[in-house]
Design a protein around this ligand. Structure first.
Ligand code: ADP
Ligand code: MG
Length: 448
């Protein structure tokens, strides 16, 4: 700390502000709203710390740093550098260790994940709508919002999109994005350093608490206890909480029941593998973002979309691989032959046209709007069991697989159950036109 008393710091700053005002460096409105509201917090041989009134004003102060430094150094009669900070940051400044400061004070939001570049389709429509609603009307409708789904389907993207939306539209709001493993380290570190109260205070000031991959929270029990308290506190103040996980809240293992029941009290929305059309649209969006002006034939995109659409990360990864090879070999057009060459070493790759169980499952799921796990589950809802019967029928018909082997592909069902499904479909195709046309449509999608 400086040797200056509070009142002498104030005096110095008043004189500095006077200089800035008389020098007419700022528009009057800007001066009165922002510059005039700042305070000199500290002054010592390392420099000065000036508290700025709001997050929005930071840019104004930074842009005029030289002018302000100059005015201050004229007052104290020596050169000086200034660091601008928010009041909140000052309080933590002295107490938290570097690692914790990074976790909780640094802006973790990645600019590249926004609502604008999130492609919406059947598989993610609900999640996207709920996320957007939380960004626009925090704490009002869905609190907490719980987004669950397999890896690589866009959960992290949506979480950042909420944060970025708020940053753009309500910059005065405080958003905390934490990856749940960082949350555990934060708690463990701050208990050790006896700064846990400080950490709690910072989190409790948040307007949005976004926690990614909450299923990992199970590792630290003490952190669950603290999280529970923080959660209740924020929730009771109507602050928006958004959580993501790779499983539905009720299936979270190792997380206390009282937390799970909190998670269940808001809205849980699932996010699924993209269906064909969405996969295509995602590929197109990613190409557009890269701005490489490559001529990729539509058949190539269709090929990637059918072969790799379990997971958007994989879809994107394979597109990158194709683009990389295209840059390397510089073909005239990127057509199906080139794509097949580019992917030929890929162990997951089945050349187009070859039927697989996976393709059959996907086509059936797309047609019925189901997830793969629903198709393979024991659920007996009519829609789901019909879809399952058809998938089994198609596996038998087009892959000529033994019934027992098909059974293994559908949640460990036995030989006779599979045979019954196959026969049921055979019968229904003959008796019900609607049913037959569904099967034909799915076969068409499979290129049969
Ligand atoms: P998760 O957190 O569910 O594992 P991510 O959010 O990290 O998945 O998404 C993986 C990649 O896929 C990211 O690059 C993300 O931008 C992209 N992605 C996922 N879904 C979409 C979508 N609907 N539109 C555009 N990109 C998407
Ligand atoms: Mg993620």
């Amino acid at each position: 700390m400086s040797n200056y008393t509070k009142s002498s710091l104030q005096l110095i700053w008043d004189q500095t502000l006077d200089k800035l005002k008389t020098g007419a460096f700022f528009d009057m409105a800007i001066f009165n709203t922002y510059i005039h509201e700042s305070k000199l917090y500290d002054l010592n041989q390392n420099g000065a710390i000036v508290i700025i009134p709001s997050f929005v004003s930071r840019q104004i102060f930074e842009n005029n740093k030289a002018v302000i430094e100059n005015a201050l150094s004229e007052v104290i009669d020596e050169p000086i550098t200034i660091q601008f900070t928010l009041k909140k940051e000052i309080q933590n400044y002295t107490e938290l260790n570097e690692e914790n400061k990074k976790i909780i004070l640094e802006d973790k939001l990645l600019d590249k994940y926004t609502f604008d570049n999130f492609v919406v389709g059947h598989s993610n429509r609900e999640s996207q709508a709920a996320a957007l609603s939380c960004a626009v009307n925090p704490g009002e409708f869905f609190n907490p919002l719980f987004i669950y789904g397999n890896s690589g389907l866009g959960k992290t993207h949506l979480l950042h999109a909420i944060g970025n939306y708020v940053k753009e539209h309500s910059p005065e709001k405080k958003v905390i994005y934490i990856y749940s493993e960082d949350f555990i380290s934060l708690i463990v570190n701050s208990i050790r350093d006896k700064t846990i109260e400080e950490v709690k205070r910072i989190i409790e000031e948040a307007d949005y608490l976004l926690i990614d991959d909450i299923q990992r929270l199970k590792q630290g029990e003490r952190s669950q206890e603290i999280f529970f308290n923080l959660y209740n506190n924020l929730f009771s103040k109507g602050k928006q909480i958004v959580l993501t996980s790779d499983i539905h809240p009720s299936e979270l293992k190792g997380i206390e029941n009282r937390l799970i029941s909190r998670f269940n009290s808001g809205l849980s929305v699932g996010i699924d593998s993209p269906e064909f059309e969405t996969s295509l649209a995602i590929l197109e969006k990613k190409i557009e973002e890269r701005n490489e002006h490559l001529l990729i034939e539509r058949s190539v995109l269709e090929y990637i979309a059918t072969t790799y659409s379990n997971d958007v990360r994989e879809l994107e990864g394979n597109l990158n691989k194709l683009i990389f090879k295209a840059i390397l070999y510089n073909p005239k057009v990127i057509d199906l032959d080139f794509a097949i060459m580019a992917f030929k070493d890929d162990p997951n790759n089945k050349s187009p046209g070859v039927m697989t169980v996976s393709k059959i499952k996907k086509a059936v799921c797309d047609f019925y709007g189901l997830t793969r796990s629903q198709l393979e589950s024991k659920m007996k809802t009519k829609n789901i069991s019909n879809a399952r019967h058809i998938a089994i029928y198609l596996c038998r018909k087009h892959l000529d697989m033994p019934f027992a082997k098909i059974g293994m592909e559908f949640g460990g069902r036995d030989h006779s159950t599979i045979m019954a499904s196959y026969e049921k479909v055979n019968k229904l195709i003959k008796e019900k036109e609607l049913f037959a046309s569904a099967v034909i449509k799915i076969e068409k999608k499979l290129g049969v």
